[in-house]
Design a protein around this ligand. Sequence first.
Ligand SMILES: Nc1ncnc2c1ncn2[C@@H]1O[C@H](COP(=O)(O)OP(=O)(O)O)[C@@H](O)[C@H]1O
Ligand SMILES: [Mg+2]
Length: 331
Amino acid sequence: MTTGLTRQFPGGVGLDSLSIDVAPGEVLALLGPNGAGKTTTVRLLNGVLAPDAGSATVLGLDPVTAGDELRARTGVLTEHAGLDDRLTARENLRYAAMVRNLRGPAIESRIEELLHRFGMTERADRLVRGASTGQRKRLGLARALLHDPDVLFLDEPTSGLDPTATRDVVELIGSLASEHGRTIVLATHFLGEAGRLADRMAVLDRGSLIAFGRPDDLAAELWDGMECDLDLGGSPSAAAIDAANAVSGVRDTTPHARGITIRVSTPDVVAGVVRSLVAHQVDVHAAVPRPPTLEDVYFEIEARRALETPTTTPPPTGPPAPPPMRKRVRT
Ligand SMILES: Nc1ncnc2c1ncn2[C@@H]1O[C@H](COP(=O)(O)OP(=O)(O)O)[C@@H](O)[C@H]1O
Ligand SMILES: [Mg+2]
């Protein structure tokens, strides 16, 4: 939990009065463009950076006064993993264990288990110098997990990875999240992985929190009603579009090559649209609800912010101003 957490840098604000809470067992995605303050937040929460104002508690501990105690229960994967190139993968883990004062046969078998789990057994005894970015990230994750931490901070865990390595790391993170109520704070500018993993999202922009909540709840605030795609087996006739538009509760319709995407006030309106189309001799092959993804929500928040505040700093809280409707683009 943070209250008014603030950190200035000589060049400007790193983080401005951040107040959020993270529930145990939750995956929180910290999102935002480069320079938004994601890394600063992770560093403040882990006590490697001190705030200028405000405070935080993590696992009931103050990162400023109880940093060592806290870091004994948290694990961090930093942006650049920070491994020692001159050591092998296994030596890197042994060294990290030594720094943490973890010794004996138990930690040796833990290292073995982690190397295996993260697909590093074969490269365990080769120098890290020649390792790929994906291998480094996996080794960094293994190191962050040596002491089985309750809270895991992951800063850009998939940056620089190819699609296959990204998928592997995202799957690993998903499995780590489901273990014994572990809490994960995931700082990323990749929305796909955030969408797959996060329970809640906090969107930062130039140090300010501009949105915080479950993607579904934020979507409900952003958009009126829901979208549903009607597959008509081909591009719709003008009569079909009119028939859909005529149904009460239809907010708007977007024709496309295989049918129509409709926005409706409530889900039950879809049945009315299907009945109306059938009455007009239009076959409906499928009606597929299109709930907004985290990515849709993020882009809408960014777009509205760009409209609201071209230059100045916005108020950090409160619902967004009157919604300029913007169609979500799907491929
Ligand atoms: N050690 C530092 N010294 C000076 N400025 C910094 C430092 N760390 C971060 N900043 C500044 O704080 C802002 C937020 O940075 P950061 O938290 O790294 O953003 P993100 O991780 O979201 O890309 C940026 O403007 C950045 O230049
Ligand atoms: Mg960063």
